[in-house]
Ligand binder design. Structure first.
Ligand SMILES: [Zn+2]
Ligand SMILES: [Zn+2]
Length: 140
């Protein structure tokens, strides 16, 4: 069980099971929405995700033709989770909003072509210039 919350505490969530994947992403969208060099996301099945509190959302069409929607606390703006239309059954939780983010083990880095020189990463994990051709295995 993973628990999380936003900066102000009005949004709380729980996700059960283990993450399907934990990934760092350097894409430009992630840099803009986080204000940092990359985001770190933990993917879970949406049916295992319980949320309380008021969220705002922002949707945009990505280059690959999918629509991504990001949900953030209406009050403090903490980015809580994201969804995309190509993988409708999963949510990607923002690692830094977890109560115990140190329990995660990131396995992959994507959109490395957009990485800034000051954003030093773990070179021992799989690293891709773009989005790899990958689909989660959803054991249901
Ligand atoms: Zn908040
Ligand atoms: Zn990204």
């Amino acid at each position: 069980m993973f628990k999380g919350s936003c900066r102000c505490g009005r949004v709380k969530y729980e996700a059960s099971g283990e993450p399907i994947v934990v990934a760092h992403c350097h894409c430009i969208d992630c840099q803009k929405r986080s204000g940092a060099g990359h985001t770190t996301g933990a993917m879970f099945l949406e049916k295992n995700f319980i949320l309380q509190g008021a969220l705002s959302k922002f949707s945009a069409l990505s280059e690959e033709g999918k629509t991504t929607t990001h949900y953030f606390c209406t009050e403090c703006g903490s980015p809580i989770y994201g969804k995309n239309t190509k993988m409708p059954k999963v949510v990607t939780l923002s690692a830094g909003t977890l109560e115990e983010p140190n329990k995660l083990n990131p396995e992959v880095t994507i959109f490395s072509k957009n990485k800034n020189h000051w954003d030093r990463m773990d070179n021992s994990i799989e690293t891709y210039d773009d989005m790899p051709d990958w689909k989660p295995k959803l054991g249901e």
